[in-house]
Design a protein around this ligand. Structure first.
Ligand code: AMP
Ligand code: FE
Ligand code: FE
Ligand code: ZN
Length: 296
């Protein structure tokens, strides 16, 4: 990555907030809308990104590309480039690892079929979780969960919100700590594909695959496995990565000739992460490097 050696300052320092001189040439490639577990509609998100001074964004809803057409249209009228994005869950051993896909054809038939299948599986899983909660006398209705999900693909965050609104818990995190987190009494595994299958799928739709927020839970061994299986890049900039983590992932990117990406993982609403928007960004030249890796 480019580094200004003389001053010791990074060209791509993370904390370039709204209104800073270079914010107009920056991008946030990890955002969620109401089409998954985000609180903002595609329009609201593009508008907010524009107000934060971002030149480009990627909407990366879980298992869902429903926001993209509308977001791209608003992006064109507001002057924000909207890169097609997606966040998929893959199985790595016992772990649930998130893969970000970019620049694919979001109308690709096989991809859409996969996504519809994942969403049906997520619905069945939510039903199993609600059933498990019932067995330990924590009663929420499937309707209240679906209400939280709205048009979006249903996941544990919606169950957490339903528990919170139902007064069963005092905070969003409590839902995971007490009930639905890994190993919790109402935990249910998510349906996941193999990483290789996910990479092939993204590749066949003309896109690139990135490992999302590796700092959260990916070991070095797992990272090297994913690289061998065909990973194109790593999400270097993410709220869960401090400067040292970023440096580390950048060195891995360089060592294996991978690409880098980054973003805020902004969800809005009850997640209270409004301050992240416009802060966890990457310079536009990184987006151009990604684009240049695509087959035309
Ligand atoms: P799902 O894909 O349905 O398993 O939900 C995963 C999402 O739940 C993650 O992207 C997080 O937003 C949220 N999540 C998972 N574990 C926790 C946790 N311990 N505390 C808070 N949120 C969590
Ligand atoms: Fe999420
Ligand atoms: Fe994620
Ligand atoms: Zn995400």
């Amino acid at each position: 990555m480019a580094q200004n050696v003389e001053s010791g300052q990074r060209e791509d320092a993370v904390h370039t907030g709204p209104g800073s001189p270079s914010s107009a040439s920056r991008a946030d490639l990890h955002l969620h809308t109401t089409h998954s577990d985000g609180a903002l509609t595609p329009y609201e998100l593009v508008k907010k990104a524009n107000e934060a001074g971002l030149a480009a964004i990627a909407i990366t809803d879980h298992d869902n590309v429903g926001a993209l057409d509308e977001a791209m249209e608003w992006g064109r009228s507001l002057g924000v480039e909207v890169v097609p994005g997606l966040e998929l869950s893959v199985a790595l051993g016992e772990k649930d690892v998130h893969i970000l896909a970019y620049f694919f054809d979001h109308r690709h038939q096989t991809l859409l079929e996969y996504l519809a299948f994942f969403r049906r599986e997520s619905l069945k899983r939510a039903e199993r979780i609600v059933e498990k909660l019932k067995r330990i006398n924590v009663r929420i209705s499937m309707e209240s969960v679906l209400e939280q999900a709205g048009i979006g693909s249903v996941g544990r965050p919606h169950i957490a919100n339903a528990l919170l609104d139902g007064g069963m818990i005092d905070s969003y995190h409590e839902a995971f700590e007490k009930y639905i987190g890994t190993g919790g009494p109402a935990f249910e595994k998510k349906y996941q594909v193999d990483p290789e299958e996910a990479f092939k799928l993204v590749n066949s739709a003309g896109g690139l695959s990135f490992l999302a927020h590796p700092g959260k839970y990916t070991t070095e061994l797992e990272l090297s496995q994913l690289i061998k299986l065909g990973l194109d890049g790593i999400e270097v900039v993410h709220p869960s990565h401090d400067e040292r983590r970023q440096e580390y992932y950048r060195s891995v990117v360089n060592q294996y000739f991978l690409l880098e990406s980054g973003g805020s993982d902004f969800h809005g609403g009850k997640k209270n992460d409004d301050q992240a928007l416009g802060v966890f960004t990457i310079p536009m030249h990184i987006v151009e490097t990604m684009r240049s890796r695509l087959f035309s």
